[in-house]
Design a protein around this ligand. Structure first.
Ligand SMILES: NC(=O)c1ccc[n+]([C@@H]2O[C@H](COP(=O)([O-])OP(=O)(O)OC[C@H]3O[C@@H](n4cnc5c(N)ncnc54)[C@H](O)[C@@H]3O)[C@@H](O)[C@H]2O)c1
Length: 334
């Protein structure tokens, strides 16, 4: 089958309601996926969540279970999916994957398998059901970028054998697989490249920079900055990211979209900002920079913004305060 050109220039058409629609979310116990799940439940959809809890939290499933139209299956998506032969599914969101650098050394093969075999199982299901499929890729596909800021047509600078390669290359493979199902079988696919996102429902100990700093600041412990801290990151609050995901899902373009927040901070300024915002007594200490740590990261959002009204709404200060409040309410040691 030849490639379907949908219509990349056509404006996003957001549905007023998702009543009567079923959205399957792989990774529903996780940080971003559970926020996406709640968003679609609030819009009236039935949401089917899948997760094996490798990095997800049962707290998130309990929270989602308050919604009548939430159904959950504990399963490993690269092993086998539940029997959906009698279930109508309209949208499949492939969001299951560990995403924290601390997981790269601990569970590299699980990361590679979920983004390859897991993605393929979900694409097969989308093909069978005629469902629209969305793959969560990452800014890591750009590696340690030689071009700044990053636009979607930059093909990246990834070390294929470095300590981050299990994640970066697996996501590149997931993108290739998604485009191949689109081209060969005409599956209606979308790809998002998520830049650093933070917010409530992240694990405080998950090793990523914002939860690390908030956790350390709330305990008045030293904030650990890798290298001299001049490397930059752009941080997106999760509700803004969910909004971006929704816009891409209802776009008409199967090629990748950057999503995130383009405000760029050095890591050292981020640490200072969080100490200040939370009134902490913490100091900053420096640790060696990990291998292949990207020096600069900032998304160009022009592609999505040309076809939608997407604009991040939550300020960094508000986002940090909301996340800190969540950690204080839910405990900081998981
Ligand atoms: N948060 C970010 O900044 C960010 C950035 C780029 C990309 N992403 C992508 O977004 C998605 C969600 O990331 P997150 O930050 O919410 O991570 P997360 O770890 O909180 O969520 C991922 C969920 O997937 C589940 N999972 C992993 N392997 C599975 C398997 N084999 N079977 C079933 N469930 C499995 C985990 O248990 C977890 O609940 C991932 O695909 C990630 O790569 C996130």
């Amino acid at each position: 089958m030849s490639e379907i050109i949908i219509d990349p220039k056509r404006r996003v058409e957001l549905p007023a309601t998702m009543e009567g629609k079923t959205v399957l979310i792989a990774g529903a116990a996780g940080f971003v996926p559970s926020n996406v799940a709640e968003f679609y439940l609030k819009l009236g959809a039935k949401v089917i969540g899948l997760d094996n809890f490798i990095t997800g939290s049962r707290i998130n499933v309990t929270l989602l279970s308050k919604y009548e139209k939430f159904e959950f299956h504990e399963c490993n998506v690269y092993e086998s999916l539940p029997d959906f032969s009698n279930t109508k599914i309209d949208y499949i969101l492939s969001l299951a994957s560990p995403a924290s650098p601390i997981d790269f050394a601990k569970i590299p093969l699980e990361i590679m398998r979920v983004n390859s075999e897991g993605t393929m199982k979900l694409l097969e299901l989308a093909k069978e059901k005629g469902a629209r499929f969305l793959e969560a890729s990452t800014s890591e596909v750009y590696g340690d970028p030689e071009i700044h800021p990053q636009k979607e047509d930059y093909v990246g600078h990834v070390n294929p054998i470095g300590p981050r390669s299990c994640y970066d290359e697996a996501k590149r493979f997931a993108e290739a697989m998604t485009m191949s199902y689109h081209r060969k079988y005409g599956v209606d696919t979308r790809i998002i490249r998520i830049f650093n996102t933070y917010g409530p429902r992240m694990r405080p100990n998950d090793g990523r920079v914002i939860p690390n700093f908030i956790n350390q600041a709330l305990k008045n412990e030293d904030l650990t900055v890798y290298g001299d801290g001049t490397q930059t990151r752009s941080f997106c609050f999760v509700s803004d990211l969910v909004n971006a995901i929704h816009n891409v899902l209802f776009s008409f373009d199967p090629t990748p979209f950057n999503i995130g927040n383009p405000d760029e901070y050095t890591v050292i300024d981020t640490a200072r900002f969080i100490i200040d915002a939370l009134g902490s007594k913490s100091k900053i200490v420096h640790l060696p920079l990990p291998k292949d740590d990207p020096k600069r990261r900032r998304p160009v959002l022009d592609k999505l913004q040309a076809i939608s009204d997407y604009k991040p709404q939550v300020s960094f200060k508000d986002g940090i305060e909301k996340t800190a409040k969540y950690f204080q309410e839910h405990g900081m040691d998981y």
